[in-house]
Design a protein around this ligand. Sequence first.
Ligand SMILES: C[S@@+](CC[C@H](N)C(=O)[O-])C[C@H]1O[C@@H](n2cnc3c(N)ncnc32)[C@H](O)[C@@H]1O
Length: 262
Amino acid sequence: MLNTIIQGDCAELMTELQESSIDLTVTSPPYDKLRVYRGYSFPFEAIVQQLYRVTKPGGVVVWIVGDATVNGSETGTSFQQALYFKEIGFNLHDTMIFQKSNPIPQIYRQRYQNIFEYMFVFTKGKVKTHNPLKVDCLHAGLELKGTTYKNYSRGEQKRKKPAKPVKKQKIKGNIWEYVVGKRAEDQSAKGHPAPFPCALAKDHILSWSNEGDVILDPMCGSGTTCMVAHQLQRPYIGIEMSSEYCELARARIAGHRRESEH
Ligand SMILES: C[S@@+](CC[C@H](N)C(=O)[O-])C[C@H]1O[C@@H](n2cnc3c(N)ncnc32)[C@H](O)[C@@H]1O
């Protein structure tokens, strides 16, 4: 199944994947029926159970999701989903935020504009790969006094003295901001109602996998995760219910192959 986009229901098709064969999944399910996809069906619990079975020990699942507002209240589906992942054995490793630089304008609803989605990072046991992305330190080069470390996870962190002077770079925070749908690299996804940015897939794939690791997207839509995995020399498996979106994903990956040959 490596390096293919397969059409069908991922809950069924994942049963054909070998146990403990996937290093990293980056995926985004349908959100609370916010959009109507062709051939909609979403057996959530079966999908998560299969994800647990196929993920290698130490492997990662990145689950990108937002909530609808129904009768004045956010559904909270994303939290319920995260708790189910924990219930069947995944660690909730990091609750990250996908912030949109250009959110779709909303009619005023006596609340603040919604500009983010969750990116839940689950691991099967202790995470085996983390290649942290870095950002520049605001105070690089300064001799700061009195810097302290906040210890959120007792027992996991070994305390080190703060660097003096302050280092040039530090590990990026867990709120990641992207422009949605406007970058040149994202234009080939047009035809799907909800692709995520290539840059988002790239940042997760670089963070949680190494070259040669197997990347899965069981609800791959326009194929963003698979295309970026291919660009980054990782074999991929894409599953998608709609034959139309499968064709779109295959065309995007083929387009990238042609570009890289020239
Ligand atoms: C939010 S979209 C994913 C978009 C994708 N990340 C991209 O960048 O294009 C969710 C996708 O899941 C697909 N889908 C829904 N239920 C499915 C199932 N049971 N098996 C496989 N795909 C499914 C939908 O057709 C839709 O394309």
